[in-house]
Write a protein that binds this ligand. Structure first.
Ligand code: DWN
Ligand code: SAH
Ligand code: ZN
Length: 409
């Protein structure tokens, strides 16, 4: 049933365009000993604001349920992502417009993969990370980190203790935070007069183009476009001055915000906004067509997996991603269709996937013996994983992908 909610950026009415049904928390892996305990479920549905065009979830999950000491995701788990973050840190180190003693703050620094480079170079920095387990990993690398949620009050405290920030950075974090007014008021308070707020998140244009519907889950509250980010920045005395498309995580945009009037916006901003206009990204027919494609993928993927099961083929999952909670729970994929999922994250191994309870095992289980098919839940890391697992292909194994459509390679 379609319901109404109010935009977390501008208070306008949000029109729902897809209802995924009841879903568990995407990173709440289940201890097999506690399988009878009730899991937390919420209604996963996505809509678009009629006024500012911000795409967002219809229902918010309390932040403490998602981000806590047991939060399992570690950013360093992919070589490609490690390089990506190290490259960003090097860019900061080489930036000519930063003064002699810049101060860099990162929201959601996770295990410290980016900040470690700055810490090693002696740059003043601070990570803000509410998930205690991963924050401890960052601290163990020599990164300075406070274990708390960033919000306006945190920003003011940092300002008092450390002074203004020249760069505030947030990767795959801003889209996780529904309380945007508190965040952007905090950013404006903390930012130095010529400072920049740089954030990168999955780009809604890419989600539509690739039908990567599994980017939609509890932790991803907002789905940004250049147009909606530009309008959002303006409400808070900030200005979108640059956009850069990134290939990581299936397509992202890195947005740069500065204080209004402080910097000249690049041509790339106007160009991306114009492209979004031409593509009618948030028009009702575009969004309903996306919904139809999602339903189509659901039907195709379930019938493929059922057929393979009936033919006696073995199918294993690769990558117990947060995203896969959406796929598994939307399609009803449990251990009858996918025997187990392999994943390199220590805190996921030995657990069961949220909602549909597929056992998660260590990567070594993949080859012992290789399955006939591997369902690539970590499709955003396809190049890295397929290269690493070449022997699976050599042994006759085949990959199943469902982005941008169901296909076997
Ligand atoms: O936005 C978010 C992103 C940055 O990370 C968070 N909300 C949660 C998380 O999302 P995800 O779990 O969908 O992210 P990934 O990066 O697609 O997860 C990859 C998973 O696959 C990890 O659990 C690690 C695992 N993996 C593996 O087992 N072998 C990954 C690689 C590259 C591998 O070789
Ligand atoms: N930046 C990392 C981690 C992304 S996962 C990367 O790109 O790989 C999202 C992170 O945001 C989690 O580590 C979570 O604990 C953190 N987070 C959630 N809400 C936050 C908030 N209000 N302030 C700071 N970090 C937050
Ligand atoms: Zn709005």
């Amino acid at each position: 049933m379609s319901q109404e909610s109010f935009c977390r950026v501008c208070s306008g009415k949000v029109r729902e365009f897809y209802d995924f049904g009841r879903h568990p928390l995407s990173d709440a892996f289940v201890d097999p000993e506690k399988v009878d305990d009730e899991e937390f479920f919420y209604r996963l549905a996505v809509g678009v604001c009629r006024d500012c065009t911000m795409v967002q979830l219809m229902e918010e999950v309390p932040r403490e349920r998602m981000f806590h000491d047991g939060y399992p995701y570690q950013s360093s788990g992919s070589v490609v992502m490690r390089t990506h973050f190290e490259d960003f840190a090097k860019r900061v180190l080489n930036a000519e417009d930063l003064g002699t003693d810049p101060f860099v703050v990162e929201l959601g620094c996770n295990d410290g993969v980016m900040l470690k480079v700055l810490a090693d170079a002696g740059v003043r920095h601070l990570g803000v990370e509410p998930s205690g387990g991963v924050a401890d990993l960052a601290a163990a690398k020599g990164v300075r980190v406070i274990k708390t949620f960033f919000e306006e009050e945190t920003a003011r405290r940092i300002l008092t203790e450390h002074g203004p920030a020249d760069v505030i950075y947030a990767a795959n974090t801003l889209c996780h935070i529904p309380y945007m007014d508190s965040i952007l008021n905090g950013v404006r308070a903390l930012l130095a007069p010529d400072g920049v707020f740089v954030f990168e998140d999955p780009y809604f244009g890419d989600i539509l183009e690739r039908t990567s519907f599994d980017q939609i889950y509890d932790e991803h509250f907002f789905f940004f476009t250049a147009r909606s980010v530009r309008a959002m920045a303006e409400r808070f005395g900030l200005e979108l001055v640059d956009v850069e498309r990134l290939p990581v995580h299936g397509g992202e945009v890195r947005y740069t915000l500065a204080r209004s009037g402080a910097r000249q916006p690049s041509n790339a901003v106007a160009e991306l906004v114009a492209e979004e206009e031409t593509k009618r990204l948030t028009a009702p027919d575009t969004l309903s067509a996306f919904g139809e494609r999602v339903t189509g993928i659901r039907e195709e993927l379930t019938s493929l997996l059922r057929r393979l099961r009936d033919e006696g083929k073995t199918v294993v999952g690769y990558g117990a991603t947060a995203k896969s909670a959406t796929v598994n729970n939307l399609c009803g994929i449990g251990p009858d269709l996918v025997s187990f999922v392999v994943d390199s994250t220590p805190d996921k191994q030995g657990k069961l996937t949220p909602g549909t309870h597929i056992p998660v095992r260590e990567p070594e289980a993949f080859s012992g013996p290789y399955p006939d098919y591997a369902l690539l839940f970590a499709w955003n890391h396809a190049d890295e994983i397929m290269a690493k697992e070449q022997r699976f292909r050599d042994a006759g194994g085949q990959w199943i992908l469902y982005v941008p459509e169901v296909h076997i390679v």
